[in-house]
Design a protein around this ligand. Structure first.
Ligand SMILES: Cc1cc2nc3c(=O)[nH]c(=O)nc-3n(C[C@H](O)[C@H](O)[C@H](O)COP(=O)(O)OP(=O)(O)OC[C@H]3O[C@@H](n4cnc5c(N)ncnc54)[C@H](O)[C@@H]3O)c2cc1C
Ligand code: SF4
Length: 533
């Protein structure tokens, strides 16, 4: 059996990029029919979150049961989350911006690629993204990070512990300030203030933004249709039209009714399926007419997969702290977003958290003796006499062309579709400077550790590239990129890719605010292609 749906816009994927796209398009073009197709289920169970949180704390249970599709996995992905709302259902809500340097790497430093847009324009979309999802922050004190609008909410207050760590960190001459977060510091957009209850992976109060809030609102106002548990398997181009044919339909299957195929026809198709599944869908849509897949005349779909690498340490120091005070909050410095022309290129962010490793109360001491009452308190006080700071840097690493997502025919889902394999590879310049990059960051850690009678622990290297993106990079030249700056594919006029896949490089700090800003910019352009109501 086959069912057909027709709409003006068909959005494939239901994460934060899809939520923002649907939200903005429905405002700019009221009456436009928008269908969002999401492979995962809808977990519209906000009333259950206190319970899920309790069970996570008491029994270590996954607070998001059913947020993935067991046979829809990939080698090299870092989040299995496939659900209405996507990974941002359990994100940390940290919303740092990239900086102008990220968009002008080639012209400023002769590295990687320039982005095909101006920073001043992107900055305005950052403001819009911050307003829509509700970001609380203090502006960076550095002039290069100037903002055209204030943060929508004042920054989360620093805990006593973070005040102590800030004073310590700044003794090294590095300024720190509260990390911006998509968490309410006052009632905002119909949601309450953060209670600082420390479990942001599952926020029981909805103080932290998550895309289900937007989808529920859009559904209530009938601005969209949402088809969950529906996996899009192929995009099909129109007959005729040569190599630049428009997309005619998306072919999908209902996961709970696999005998039923669903055909989506639309004027515009938006692939908002995240860093892994967007390239995957374009490659999976290969046919005899398009043997390399869709939007792939450049051969770059699935290439230049981006992200940033990380390195961290724990530093023990003299400071009077009380372990466990709003540990989700942190300090950030953007001092090292600037690369000195006189030294080898290195750019990184710098974050400090209070660490409670080995500082929580415990019922047995190191020798296994049971601790109760005064003994427990004495042990706890003894282990909390000093503080521990977790210090981490995300650093800039640029992808090689061979940093890629490919289809792996040896692993398939229940429909026999080959699943993705992602392997990140740094370009030659990033590899050449890697030693100097690590030496620089270790030097910064040591600089911090010179104060407060500190002892620095071992330096740990992250095992994956975080905030991944790429695979459909944007650019001016169709021979060297997959989409233009609005996410419109060079090959198919009615096919867009939005969010993380379009990034040519992955910056050196959390990426989701940037994915969101780019998506909102795409929405403005797409609206011009849709009729006014
Ligand atoms: C634990 C955790 C913490 C994080 N914390 C932060 C943070 O503090 N700050 C930050 O900046 N970022 C953070 N991130 C990253 C952030 O969550 C992601 O960057 C962001 O959610 C990506 O959104 P997206 O819409 O681009 O993609 P996704 O969230 O991946 O959404 C894509 C959706 O598309 C669906 N889909 C895919 N293929 C198909 C198909 N063929 N048919 C139908 N549907 C499909 C998927 O099921 C998925 O729901 C965190 C991530 C995790 C996992
Ligand atoms: S600390 Fe705030 S944002 Fe985090 S889970 Fe608690 S209420 Fe939600």
């Amino acid at each position: 059996m086959s069912v057909r749906h027709e709409s003006d816009v068909c959005i494939i994927g239901g994460g934060i990029s899809a939520a923002l796209m649907a939200w903005k398009l429905s405002e700019l073009r009221p009456g436009t029919s928008i269908v969002v197709v999401e492979a995962g289920r809808r977990l519209f169970d906000a009333d259950q979150r206190w319970l899920q949180r309790r069970r996570m704390l008491d029994y270590g249970e996954n607070p998001w049961p059913g947020d993935n599709i067991p046979d829809q996995a990939a080698a090299g992905i870092i989040s299995r989350s496939m659900v209405v709302g996507g990974s941002a259902m359990h994100w940390g809500g940290v919303t740092n911006r990239f900086s102008e340097e990220d968009t002008r790497l080639k012209s400023l430093f002769g590295l990687a690629e320039d982005w095909p847009l101006e920073w001043a324009e992107l900055e305005r979309y950052y403001c819009e993204a911050e307003r829509r999802i509700g970001v609380a922050g203090d502006p960076s004190p550095l002039p290069e990070d100037a903002r055209s609008q204030p943060y929508p909410m004042p920054a989360m207050r620093l805990s006593w512990n973070l005040h102590q760590l800030k004073a310590w960190g700044e003794r090294s001459g590095i300024p720190f300030w509260p990390t911006p977060q998509a968490k309410n510091t006052r009632p905002y957009d119909g949601r309450g203030e953060c209670l600082r209850c420390n479990t942001c992976a599952v926020c029981p109060t909805q103080a932290r933004y998550a895309p289900d809030l937007t989808f529920k609102r859009l559904l209530a106002s009938k601005a969209i249709e949402l088809h969950d548990r529906t996996l899009v398997r192929r995009l099909l181009p129109r007959q005729g039209g040569g190599a630049r044919a428009d997309i005619e339909s998306a072919s999908a299957v209902r996961l709970d009714r696999p005998q039923e195929t669903v055909e989506y026809r639309a004027k515009l198709f938006v692939v908002a399926a995240g860093y892994a599944w967007s390239s995957h869908l374009l490659l999976s849509s290969a046919s005899t007419r398009f043997p390399q897949g869709l939007a792939n005349s450049s051969g770059l779909v699935g290439k230049y997969m981006t992200g940033h690498a990380s390195v961290q340490t724990q530093i023990e120091l003299d400071a009077e702290v009380y372990p466990g005070m709003n540990e989700e909050h942190s300090l950030v410095s953007r001092q090292f977003f600037r690369a000195a022309a006189s030294a080898p290129y290195v750019r990184h962010d710098l974050r400090i958290w209070e660490s409670t490793v080995n500082r929580d109360p415990r019922l047995r001491d190191d020798a296994g003796k049971i601790l109760l009452g005064d003994d427990l308190m004495a042990d706890w006080r003894a282990r909390s006499r000093r503080a521990t700071a977790r210090v981490r840097a995300y650093y800039d690493i640029h992808p090689d062309r061979s940093s890629e997502l490919t289809l792996d025919p040896s692993t398939t889902n229940r429909f026999g579709d080959a699943l993705p394999r992602i392997v990140h590879r740094a370009d030659a310049a990033s590899q050449a400077r890697h030693g100097a990059t690590l030496a620089h960051i270790e030097g910064v850690f040591k600089r911090l550790a010179q104060h407060g009678n500190a002892v620095m622990g071992p330096v740990e290297h992250g095992s994956y590239w975080d905030h991944p993106g790429g695979g459909c990079r944007m650019g001016h030249d169709p021979a060297d990129s997959v989409t233009n700056s609005h996410g419109r594919t060079h090959d198919h006029d009615n096919l867009f890719v939005v969010g993380s896949p379009t990034l040519p490089s992955g910056g050196c700090t959390n990426g989701t605010l940037t994915f969101s800003a780019l998506t909102l910019r795409s929405a403005d352009h797409m609206a011009t292609l849709l009729p006014q109501a």
